[in-house]
Every structure is written in C-alpha cells, then in structure tokens.
Write a protein that binds this ligand. Structure first.
Ligand code: HEM
Ligand code: HEM
Length: 212
C-alpha cells in the first residue's frame, strides 16, 4: 500500500504542529487534518495536542469507527520514514510550540543557538530562528550561519531586503533580546600602557627620593 506515497521525514513532520498546518501520524501514515480540526466530533483541542506526533495510541484508544478511518483516506500526505524518531524530537517540538514573539531571550541563550541544526540570529533587538530558513535564504546559507547565535543587525542592514523578506521574518521571530550585549574581548593594550607608565613614574620617584 505504502510505497506509492511520499516518504515524510521527521524534519518535515515537525513543521506541521500549527493550527494553520496540522499533520498527525496514525499507524505509520501521515495525515493532514488542518481543515478537519473544527469538524472533529472529539473536539479540536484533543487533535491539536497530537500535531506533528504519532497519535496511533490515542486514535485506537477512542475506538474510532470505520467512518472515522474513511475520513483519513482523503487526507493522506505520505508515509512516515522508517528512521527512528530523533532523540530530541519532543524537546524540539516543545521549543517550537512555545514560540512567542515577545519571549525575552538573553544574549547568553542566544549564543547557544549557533549551529546549522539550531540557528538563531538577532536583528534590531528581535530574535529569529532561521534554522529552517537556512536552505531557502536567497542570499545563501553561509551569511546566516556566520551570524548564528549572534547579532546580525549590521550585516542585515547592508542589504536592501524587500517587504517579502520582512514578512518571512515575522514568521521566524521567537522573541526579543534583553540585557546588554557582551562586548568582545577587551583590548589589553591601554591597560598595559597605564601600568608601564605607572611603573616608570614610581621608578623615577624612588630614584629621586633616593638621591635626596
Ligand atoms: C486524526 C484523525 C481523526 C479522525 C478523522 C477522527 C474522527 C472522529 C470521528 C468521526 C469521531 C466520531 C465517532 C466515530 O465515528 O468514531 C471521533 C470521535 C472522537 N475522537 Fe476522533 N478522530 C481522529 C483523531 C483523534 C485523536 C488523535 C483523538 C485523541 C487524541 C481523538 C479523540 C476522539 C474522541 C475523544 C472522540 C469521541 C467523541 C465522543 O464520543 O464524544 N480523535 N473522531
Ligand atoms: C531572518 C533573516 C533574513 C531573512 C528572512 C532574509 C530574507 C531574504 C530574502 C527574501 C531575500 C531575497 C531578496 C528580498 O526579497 O529581499 C534575501 C536576499 C539577501 N539576503 Fe537575506 N534575509 C535574512 C537575513 C540576512 C542576513 C543576516 C544577511 C547577511 C548579510 C542577508 C543577506 C542577504 C543577501 C546578500 C541577499 C541578496 C541576494 C541577492 O540579491 O543575490 N540576509 N534575504
């Protein structure tokens, strides 16, 4: 049955937990139930909690009828990959669900999102999760990755991004940055100069006192 269906990876599945696109997995098949949510006799809420997850157990637990199964047929998206669920899948899903554009994020937290699999950047105090956008950025992945975990305001401003770019940013925002940006390594030279001058003064003072 299944080989004719596209294979859905975990990476693809995890994107569909939202009200605007909700997929669930039942017995290894992935279904798009977005437009069924408000029609579900068991209620919308219960289905939303299964977004981007394997809901087989819950589906069987409520002893759904053949009619319920017939509804599923027209909503098949594909077959879930045979690859095991990534270990941090629920953690990643939770992070996405908790996305809140006003969440306060420290510079320290920002700095921990600095890899290809988890890349956040700051542009003018707003924090964006660009992980999924890396492959799609018309300006290339590298420019974004270079700034992962860091402030990209300056480089961003150099390019005249379009309205479309700003719309994409709205969807990617995960919070706002708080606190003071840690400064780069302090230049030691001025302190060294002060110390040297201080030592010279003390030296000459001692010589002067000695000669008196
Ligand atoms: C994703 C595909 C699903 C479809 C198409 C579906 C469809 C239906 C349908 C048609 C009914 C009416 C009874 C029946 O004909 O079986 C029903 C009832 C119900 N469903 Fe689902 N369902 C789905 C998933 C789920 C899941 C994942 C849960 C639990 C987490 C759930 C919980 C319930 C409950 C609690 C009822 C009982 C409502 C009642 O008897 O008051 N459903 N569902
Ligand atoms: C979340 C942040 C970003 C989004 C959503 C975004 C989106 C886009 C989009 C949609 C375009 C196509 C042209 C347009 O519509 O404006 C573009 C082009 C470009 N972006 Fe970004 N961008 C982001 C961050 C950055 C950053 C940090 C840089 C760093 C320098 C950058 C550099 C570029 C460059 C160089 C182009 C031009 C590509 C070309 O015209 O050949 N972008 N970006």
């Amino acid at each position: 049955m299944s080989s004719e269906y596209p294979i859905i990876t975990w990476k693809e599945l995890i994107k569909h937990f939202k009200r605007s696109s909700l997929w669930v997995v039942i017995e290894g098949m992935v279904y798009d139930v977005t437009t069924y949510l408000d029609k579900h006799p068991g209620g919308e809420e219960i289905l939303r909690k299964c977004g981007a997850m394997d809901a087989t157990e819950q589906f069987l637990e409520y002893n759904h009828s053949n009619y319920a199964r017939s509804i599923l047929i027209s909503r098949v998206v594909g077959q879930l990959t045979n690859e095991p669920q990534p270990e941090n899948y629920f953690q990643l899903l939770k992070q996405r669900i908790q996305r809140n554009p006003y969440k306060e994020i420290t510079w320290e937290e920002l700095a921990s999102h600095n890899t290809k699999d988890d890349a956040w950047i700051v542009i003018k105090d707003d924090v964006y999760d660009v992980t999924e956008f890396l492959d799609h950025h018309p300006g290339g992945m590298k420019l974004l990755l270079d700034k992962a975990g860091d402030d990209a305001s300056e480089v961003f401003q150099r390019i005249n991004h379009s309205q479309k770019a700003y719309q994409i940013m709205c969807e990617l925002q995960v919070g706002v940055i708080i606190g003071i940006k840690p400064s780069r390594k302090q230049k030691q030279v001025p302190y060294n100069y002060v110390l040297i001058i201080f030592i010279i003064i003390v030296f000459f003072l001692l010589v002067y006192l000695f000669l008196l």
